[in-house]
Design a binder for this molecule. Structure first.
Ligand SMILES: [Zn+2]
Length: 402
């Protein structure tokens, strides 16, 4: 016979009967039901006097300093007149859970701050368990897509964990809410998004921003009769950087084989050439000017890159069209093969580029989403669960009030 300590404030409905060290770092707390109150039905919460049987469940509580705390909880199965036999309702212990509500709440706070792997090391909980807690939290917190006022969309694709597999994300351009994420990037694979929107919402879509070379444009035209496809500046500039600036830079470095010092300068100039000029320090800007002064082809592509951007800032569609013709003439006359090839390829997309003058779909939305998806992927470490990954993306872009 031992004296029971009343810990009703801590483990409501139970009394502490024993505390014992299992090891230097593990503490066991044994509880017993407080018989002064009837247990409640686990389904309808009605008090039930009739106990069917008991079984002891061992559960994790929040740590006490450096001690892992384990509880031994005898749970009663009760006979409810309405529901039949069910395990009793314990307010601080979710049904079937091996973690107390207090520990789960603590883990949920950590999940907002730290990568899964760190939390696993910190708490000793398996990442499987952590992921399940996080997925439940996100399912609870992520708001459903607000389709009521969707007018302008941004669609983009991104690589999944295992190479060569892609997924597609669709965002409301105005609220920045991620409305939909799905595996794949083919017309068939993105169709469920438009089916989710339904014909009424699709009919109100005015513009959809996207990368060139995707299957998105055809699917948009098939579902959204009034939508204009807009090719977005972020992707076009990135492509220009990869396919033109990098190519010319490598060619120029190659041509300078006889002059190792000059060659090195060009090989190291990638960052200077691709970076927005406004983001360079005074010293870096001088370096860039020196480089461009001695290398005419690099100067040409640099100027073409700057001027290409101006297309997206045209005050109207006519101006954008005019700027496009000017840019195309300069590009074709540059005599630089990668530039000419790029200009020819771009001419197939002119309508969507020019449309950007009317539909100002801020490119930073896409840049931001691209960046966040990379960060979420990096934080993911051990898991390769697509549903969970998509939920994380939706949680990162819950939308904002208009
Ligand atoms: Zn019941």
């Amino acid at each position: 016979m031992h004296d029971a300590i009343d810990v009703a404030g801590f483990w409501a409905g139970f009394r502490l009967i024993e505390t014992r060290s299992l090891s230097a770092t593990h503490l066991l707390v044994r509880l017993e039901p407080d018989e002064r109150t009837d247990p409640r039905c686990g389904r309808c919460l009605a008090p039930c006097g009739l106990v069917h049987d008991r079984s002891v469940r061992r559960v994790r509580e929040r740590d006490l300093f450096d001690q892992q705390v384990w509880l031994e909880v005898p749970l009663r199965r009760v006979v409810c007149l309405a529901c039949g036999v069910s395990t009793e309702h314990v307010p601080w212990l979710p049904a079937r859970s091996r973690l107390t509500a207090r520990l789960i709440a603590h883990v949920e706070v950590l999940l907002r701050l730290l990568p899964l792997l760190h939390i696993s090391q910190l708490t000793g909980l398996h990442w499987h368990t952590l992921r399940a807690i996080d997925a439940r939290r996100l399912a609870r917190e992520v708001p459903p897509p607000d389709l009521s006022r969707v007018r302008r969309l941004v669609m983009d694709e991104f690589a999944l964990f295992k190479g060569h597999r892609y997924a597609t994300v669709a965002i409301c351009a105005d609220t920045r809410q991620v409305l939909w994420v799905g595996e794949g990037r083919s017309r068939k694979e993105i169709r469920p998004f438009f089916e989710m929107l339904g014909p009424a919402v699709c009919a109100h879509i005015e513009a959809v921003a996207m990368d060139m070379n995707t299957a998105f444009d055809l699917e948009v035209k098939a579902h959204c009769p009034h939508a204009r496809v807009v090719y977005d500046l972020f992707h076009v500039l990135a492509k220009f950087g990869r396919e033109v600036v990098d190519r010319v830079r490598v060619d120029q470095a190659h041509a300078l084989k006889a002059d190792p010092a000059a060659r090195r300068v060009i090989k190291r100039s990638r960052w200077l050439l691709l970076r927005h000029r406004g983001n360079l320090t005074g010293e870096q800007a001088l370096k860039l000017d020196d480089l461009l002064a001695v290398n005419a082809p690099l100067m040409t592509v640099y100027l073409l890159k700057t001027q290409l951007k101006e297309l997206w800032y045209a005050p109207n569609e006519q101006q954008a069209q005019l700027r496009w013709y000017e840019w195309q003439q300069l590009a074709l006359q540059s005599g630089l093969k990668p530039v000419v090839a790029f200009a020819k390829r771009l001419s197939g997309y002119v309508e969507g580029i020019v449309a950007s003058a009317i539909y100002r779909l801020n490119t930073s939305v896409l840049e931001g989403i691209n960046h966040r998806i990379k960060v979420i992927k990096r934080m993911a470490y051990g898991y390769r669960d697509t549903d969970y990954f998509f939920l994380k993306i939706k949680a990162a872009f819950p939308g904002k009030a208009r």
